[in-house]
Design a protein around this ligand. Structure first.
Ligand SMILES: [Fe+2]
Ligand SMILES: [Fe+2]
Length: 311
């Protein structure tokens, strides 16, 4: 049976939230807002695909894993929708961007076979543990000092992504079971993700005033910029003094290299997410959750706890 736990998230997104929710890092603020949009549409696609796959799964342990996986993802989508609604209150144009991104995934659900979508989900989910380990290992640098509601949303989501790191592959292996097919579809998965990112970047540029977003979303996300960043990283180009500091400025080069290498390894046909190195933060988060701490306000409740005011 599965070890996954379905937690009822309790974030308060009743008021609006700033686009740059972490003033110390506008680029990271933007990339997490984009992640909220992708989370809603990708997780909608996951829920539809796993529901379609469930009748094809005869092993009860795999069926339990699949059911818990889709329920965790549905919780994520629900909370990210609330984050986006709070953003939309300030920037109503963003709703159109969300609708366009959802449409793009709905089209994928309507037009591609289940095996392709399960491969897409397994490929993308496999990248999360190494990339989120880097972020959670640098939690204080990336999240502390930002809006506590938004920071707590991502800390919870990333911990649960690490927790269910094997689920998508377990489902894929049970229903499709061809290790090389996942590798073969990878270029088209990357292409589809690129299209979604372009929709989001253009939508953000259109609906959030430049002085409130702090970055040119399009320039940040476009492949050309990424290519330039890689060239600069390899010291082939001189540093650009006018460039917005990248999301991961301040994280050690070695950690970034390890994350990139592990993301690439996660796409190899016999990758086992169960063997991935895990962020220590996930244990800390789970310990506080089990102790009944208010993990939905991660930093403010931690401070209150230290002051002895925790209720
Ligand atoms: Fe998720
Ligand atoms: Fe996930």
């Amino acid at each position: 049976m599965t070890d996954l736990e379905i937690r009822r998230a309790q974030f308060d997104f009743d008021d609006d939230v700033p686009f740059i929710w972490n003033p110390g890092n506008p680029a990271f603020s933007f990339s997490m807002n984009a992640t909220s949009i992708i989370a809603v549409c990708f997780e909608k696609m996951i829920v539809a695909a796993v529901q379609e796959a469930l009748p094809l799964i005869s092993d009860t342990a795999v069926a339990a894993e699949a059911d818990a996986f889709l329920r965790q993802e549905a919780q994520h989508a629900r909370s990210h929708r609330r984050h986006l609604q709070a953003l939309n209150r300030r920037y109503p144009g963003l709703q159109e961007t969300l609708d366009a991104a959802i449409n793009h995934y709905d089209k994928l659900t309507a037009t591609t076979p289940l095996a392709y979508r399960l491969a897409y989900i397994a490929d993308l989910e496999a990248t999360f543990t190494p990339s989120m380990k880097m972020m959670l290992d640098n939690e204080a640098l990336l999240f502390r000092g930002g809006d506590d509601r938004v920071a707590s949303l991502f800390l919870w989501h990333f911990v649960e992504e690490v927790e269910h790191r094997s689920s998508a592959l377990i489902i894929y292996d049970a229903v499709v079971g061809k290790p090389w097919y996942r590798v073969r579809v990878l270029p088209s998965v990357v292409r589809h993700l690129g299209e979604v990112i372009t929709i989001i970047a253009d939508g953000v540029n259109d609906s959030v005033p430049e002085d409130e977003r702090g970055v040119d979303a399009g320039a940040m996300m476009r492949t050309v910029r990424m290519r330039r960043a890689v060239r600069r990283w390899l010291r082939l180009d001189p540093p650009d003094p006018d460039a917005t500091p990248p999301s991961y400025a301040g994280i050690r080069r070695r950690e970034k290299i390890i994350a990139v290498v592990n993301v690439l390894l996660s796409q190899t046909p016999f990758h086992k997410p169960a063997n991935s190195p895990l962020p220590e933060f996930a244990d800390r988060w789970l310990a506080r959750y089990r102790a009944g701490d208010d993990v939905w306000h991660w930093y403010t409740s931690e401070l209150a706890g230290k002051d002895g005011n925790r209720g």
